[in-house]
Ligand binder design. Sequence first.
Ligand SMILES: [Zn+2]
Ligand SMILES: [Zn+2]
Length: 285
Amino acid sequence: MENELYYGEDYKRIPATSIESGTGTEVLPDLYCYTVQIVNIVLVGHPASKEFVLVDAGMPYSAEKIISAIEERFGPDSRPKAIILTHGHFDHVGAIIELVKRWNVPVYAHELELPYLTGKTCYTDPDPTVEGGMVSKMSPMFPVDPINLGNHVKPLPSDGSVPHMTNFRWIHTPGHSPGHVSFFRDKDKALIAGDAFVTVKQEYLYKVFTQEQEISGPPRYLTPDWAASQESVKKLEALKPSFAITGHGMPMEGKLLTDSLRKLVDEFETIAVPEYGKFVDGNEN
Ligand SMILES: [Zn+2]
Ligand SMILES: [Zn+2]
């Protein structure tokens, strides 16, 4: 059965990193954000309980780094109960095949994301012409072919619950990808946003490197539906999260988060939507 698991043909190592790569932040006692090159993974669960899930699966060829971050936090030979995906872009599933083979745990994603995770559909090609910096320019090298997780990947439950993430619910936040989801816990207003919005200008290589904190819409070179993305940001802002871990950039909390999200909603057209690019000028939508 393992032979059915594979990455797309365009799978490759991406030469981009940040000063935070290899470091982790405990946002809450049961919420840990760890940076792999330029993307974050999240470990949800208290270290004392040894029960946790992994949200997203890092960059290509990062399995060993993810395993050592997990074992450092939860002890040798720890394995998550499940891997839960915000979406299936290459930088969120980069190590997932090695991890699934090692741990033999289920993967959950929104049902609209499943075609990209079961070898059926390619993502839209990134837009190197979009307004933005070097990361946008290098985006044609980013893998878009579907990976295949076969029957290891399952749809998230339709009742909004998240397997093994008690008290969290998933929220459909499309725009950046059709089946993009974020995770929210009402009791402490903790949000795992994925790429619905991010806290770094992900298009600019030097800002990615320094991780300078600045609220931003989803990464521009890979966001085909700006109208849906705007609705998703509004939905998340309305929850008034107290803590947010985003797919890219450092975690943000408190007043800075509240004010930044408000500003992103109010000024979405200027902050998030690019001035030009194929997803705003052309017919692709
Ligand atoms: Zn993405
Ligand atoms: Zn991403």
